[in-house]
Design a protein around this ligand. Sequence first.
Ligand code: MEV
Length: 437
Amino acid sequence: MMVTLKSISRAPMTPKANSRLSGFYDLTIQERLARVREQVGLTDDEIRILGEGMGLSLDRAGAMVENAVGLYALPLGIATNFVVNGRDVLVPMAIEEPSVIAGASLAARLGRQSGGFTAEADDPIMIGQIQLVDLQDPYAAIEAVLASKERLMALANALDPVLVDLGGGARGIQARILSTAKGPMLIVHLLVDVRDAMGANAVNTACERLAPELAALTGGTPYLRILSNLADHRLAHARVAIPEEVLAFEAFTGAQVAEGIELAWAFAAADPYRAATNNKGIMNGVDAVVLATGNDWRAVEAGAHAYAARSGQYTSLSTWRRDGAGMLVGDLELPLALGTVGGATRVHPTAQVALKIMGVRSAGELAQVVASVGLAQNLAALRALATEGIQKGHMALHARQVAMAAGALGPDIDRIAEAMIEGHTIRIDVARSMLNQ
Ligand code: MEV
């Protein structure tokens, strides 16, 4: 896959933080919070929301979902070193897996040396689908729908004047006949520009409103009326170009690392078994930011994997190539249906603080950062896999988790983790017996 970066003009993101927070890793959590506060100007309340895990109250949780009985917490970390479209960005990531935030920060540091990531996001167009069956004349039905396109779009727009005032609204109607196991069906697509929302509510409401109109126009019976998570009109693209010498690592030259990464890409491009793992690594980064900002990561996952299979063969979402002039160039393209308004993004206080830390002002800017993090995450994984393997780096953090699982607290966590690494045996029974001693 060769990605063509589209030239879509977007206002530049607010210049604010310096994301090169050297030594951040070695600070205490309180010291890290102070550094982030100093960079992006967080208030006392915002610090409390992050620092004391007070983000979501039980009351609010109860209003968000049915049958709530509590909260489920995850670590929230900050990936450092990111430069996206010339702007330094601190990236909040919510994730339980060790090494992900460190990997993103490391790859962002490599990318930063040649200017960071360039990223673009398409206009936020979502697709709504309406399924109609039992058609007398499916082709006449298509014509009838297309002839009423303007009226149908006006009906959809009348439902959401606020969206239209903000510059969004219906952008098109498409219709096609689908052969299925239950006979031909008419599938109508409603395209809607949802601006800074994820868009599910606006699109689903419009589909439900148009269904009876479509039934009257076509004589068909409407069934499903729902958005598609394959948001392929709403793609985000990220690119990074890194001088090969910057990639030199331990005994490996930069050229060897670049070659290894290109071979890893070729493997993933040709083999769905590898592509699934490659894309999982990308989604480690993507999901962590999507989750931190209160967005629907299941929707993003579904869209990403469907997009990876669009040719009929599941393949890599990213490409890596040596350009012959000493640079390793990586591209990532995936659908990103993200919102900065509405849903949990608005309701969850931690999501609000996360957006503030990133300094993004629109869903498009958020998508640009998320795509850049996905590409960085992929680079970190491939660099390790193509050289020393991932276990060495992974094991240090894994050992801490095992020590905690065995019941270690405070300084015992690091002490036991280090002893297990030294002894080359990281197991819960070993951690328990060290703890007992
Ligand atoms: C682990 O969470 C992610 C990796 O498996 C990704 C990859 O193999 O590219 C390391």
